[in-house]
Structures are given as structure tokens and as C-alpha cells.
Design a protein around this ligand. Structure first.
Ligand code: DAH
Length: 342
């Protein structure tokens, strides 16, 4: 009677299987725990007549061992199959999916590249305030008072005070550097400038310039040309040509506008350069002796060159961007294109 029951339990144990942690737990409850069928066999010991207790005990112990041995086997089986399925879930030979990363704004990237090029040839960095006084923005730079040259740059004044304005160019930093340092001076001043202009694809009331200044004994126009040739080739590529067009700025004499050969057509003429083959990137010239004197530098001993370029302009040429407004509109479809390729 007992024997039959025990045999049935043994074959149930042998036939048992488990493919998951839940099924393992079910097995444990059914065959191992105190309330399991095996546990019950132990509980029934008290009803067994004394002379049979020994034999019964042996049988029940065998069942118990069998149940435990099977339990160990099932644990191993479930663990190893879950390990296997984990490793087959992942194909290590697949190319990685990209990590989403932000990009550097094209103006920042352009500014950084300009700085890098000039730092390598010995220029340091300098900055000045965006709210500037008349002296640093105009007068020291040889703009006579009430002279029409001031109207070349439409100015935003602060609180109707004609002496304080948002700087119209980074040339104001030239003055601040020369007032505070003795030659030799080789400095680059990137920064934001303001002009009271209607916003369009080609003009903005807020934009960025970078100013360069080199003052020492015997600095000549050839130094200016060589420096800007070097810059253009580094910034836009070896094939780029530079041309200097005579111009006028109150703070330089002689003055020249800087053109580079059109990057799109290589100089043949296209709609970006409007058929000219050349595009303007800034102004330059030999620092006017009056400016040196205004800043306390002996113009008999020292000469210098200066240049000023628009950072938006350079970025537009480099990345072929046709509308200046894209830089400030934060259109993610535009900015996304400057994300690094990961
Ligand atoms: N400040 C001029 C402008 O904003 C650009 C410029 C021209 C800067 C000639 C210079 C220079 O340093 O020499 O239009």
C-alpha cells in the first residue's frame, strides 16, 4: 500500500521537468518543501506500525534523496539555458548603434578653427566689452567726430547717451590692447558686434567678427598679405587664392578689402559669387599712425597691420549656408547637420 504510493511519487519525480524559475519553484513546493508529497510521507511515519518503521524510513529517505538530486539537476538545467538564451540574444558581430550626441554650432566651430590657425603662428587671444564707449569704438580709431565715416556702421546707442554704444566692430579691442600692452603685439579678438540693420538673408543686427592685430618694428604690408594667405589656405584649402582690393577705413592706411577665390566655382563665376569668381571675407590695412599715437605707441618706431573678418561670412562660405538667419533660429533640422558622425 505504502510501496505503491512511494513508487508513484518516484516516477513523478523522475518525469518532472522545469524550464523556468517559476517551474523550478513549483517543483520545490511539490517535492521538497515540508508540505510536499515527500514531506507528507515523513509526516505519516507516526501511523506506521513499529516493526515496519525501519523499512518505511529507508524508502522515504530514498525518495527524499531522489527528489533533491532531481532538484539540483533541474536548477542547473534552468540556469544554463537562461545563460544560453542571454548570449544568443546578442549578436556581437553587428555594427554598434550610434550614440545620440549634440553637435558644435557651426559658428562656434568656425570661431575655434580661426583661433587655432592664428594661435599656431603666435597670436594670443584678447577680448573687450560689448558695451563700448565712443573713444574705443570710434575716436581712437581715427573716426573724426561728426564725420560721415561713422555712418558706415549704424550704431545702437545705450539710453540716448551718445558716448555709450553697443560696439559696431571688434576693432575697439585693438585700442584696448594697444593702450595696455607694449609692442610686440600679436593678438586675435573674436567677439559679438551689433549694428542697427534690418535682418535679412545677408545682414543681421547681431553678428560676430574676429579682429587681428600685429604691431612691431618693421611690420609691412607683405607681412599682412602672407599672414592672410596662410589663413585662407588653412581655413578653406590649399587651392584658395586671396586678392586685396584697395579700400578705405579710417583706422588703416593703406586699406584693403580681402577677397578669396569662390570656393564653389574655383573662380570661374557662379551664383554664389554672382559671377565674379571672388567673395569678400573682411577688411585690412596698415594701422594708421594716428591710431598708434592715440594708444600711446610711438609711430616713428613701430608699424602694424590689422584685419577684421566676419565669422558668419566665413562659416557661410565654408559650409555653403545661404541664409544668415539660420545661425540664430535654432532650427534643429539645420543644427542636426553639424552633429559629429559617431
Ligand atoms: N572694423 C571693420 C568693419 O567692421 C573691419 C576692419 C577693416 C577691421 C580693416 C580692421 C581693418 O582691423 O584693418 O567693417
Amino acid at each position: 500500500m505504502h510501496q505503491q504510493k512511494i513508487e508513484a511519487i518516484k516516477s513523478a519525480i523522475e518525469a518532472a521537468n522545469a524550464a523556468s524559475q517559476d517551474e523550478l519553484e513549483a517543483y520545490r513546493i511539490k517535492f521538497i518543501s515540508k508540505k510536499s508529497v515527500v514531506g507528507e510521507l515523513f509526516a505519516q511515519m507516526k501511523d506506521i506500525p513499529n516493526e515496519q518503521k525501519r523499512e518505511y524510513g529507508q524508502l522515504v529517505n530514498e525518495v527524499k534523496q531522489l527528489a533533491e538530486q532531481k532538484f539540483q539537476e533541474l536548477i542547473e538545467k534552468v540556469n544554463s539555458s537562461s545563460k544560453k538564451s542571454k548570449s544568443t540574444d546578442m549578436d556581437l558581430t553587428l555594427p554598434p548603434t550610434g550614440i545620440a550626441a549634440g553637435g558644435i554650432h557651426p559658428l562656434t566651430a568656425t570661431r575655434q578653427r580661426i583661433i587655432e590657425i592664428f594661435e599656431r603662428i603666435g597670436f594670443n587671444l584678447s577680448e573687450g566689452p560689448e558695451i563700448e564707449d565712443d573713444w574705443h569704438n570710434f575716436t581712437a580709431l581715427n573716426f573724426p567726430e561728426n564725420h560721415p565715416a561713422r555712418e558706415m556702421q549704424d550704431t545702437f546707442f545705450i539710453e540716448k547717451n551718445p558716448d555709450i554704444a553697443l560696439r559696431t566692430h571688434t576693432s575697439s579691442v585693438q585700442v584696448r590692447v594697444m593702450e595696455n600692452q607694449k609692442p610686440p603685439i600679436r593678438t586675435l579678438s573674436p567677439g559679438r558686434v551689433y549694428r542697427n540693420e534690418a535682418i535679412s538673408a545677408r545682414a543681421h543686427c547681431i553678428f560676430h567678427q574676429v579682429e587681428g592685430l600685429y604691431v612691431d618694428e618693421n611690420v609691412g604690408f607683405a607681412d599682412l598679405k602672407n599672414t592672410l594667405y596662410h589663413f585662407a589656405k588653412e581655413m578653406f584649402g590649399k587651392e584658395t587664392k586671396v586678392r586685396f582690393r584697395p579700400s578705405f577705413f579710417p583706422f588703416t592706411e593703406p586699406s584693403a578689402e580681402i577677397d578669396i577665390s569662390c570656393l564653389l566655382c574655383g573662380g570661374k563665376g557662379c551664383n554664389v559669387c554672382k559671377g565674379a569668381g571672388w567673395v569678400e571675407i573682411g577688411g585690412s590695412g596698415m594701422v594708421d599712425p594716428n591710431v598708434l599715437e592715440n594708444c600711446g605707441i610711438d609711430s616713428g618706431k613701430y608699424t602694424g597691420f590689422a584685419f577684421g573678418m566676419g565669422i558668419e561670412r566665413i562659416a557661410m562660405l565654408k559650409y555653403q549656408i545661404k541664409d544668415l538667419r539660420l545661425f540664430t533660429e535654432n532650427d534643429i533640422r539645420f543644427l542636426k547637420q553639424f552633429r559629429p558622425m559617431l
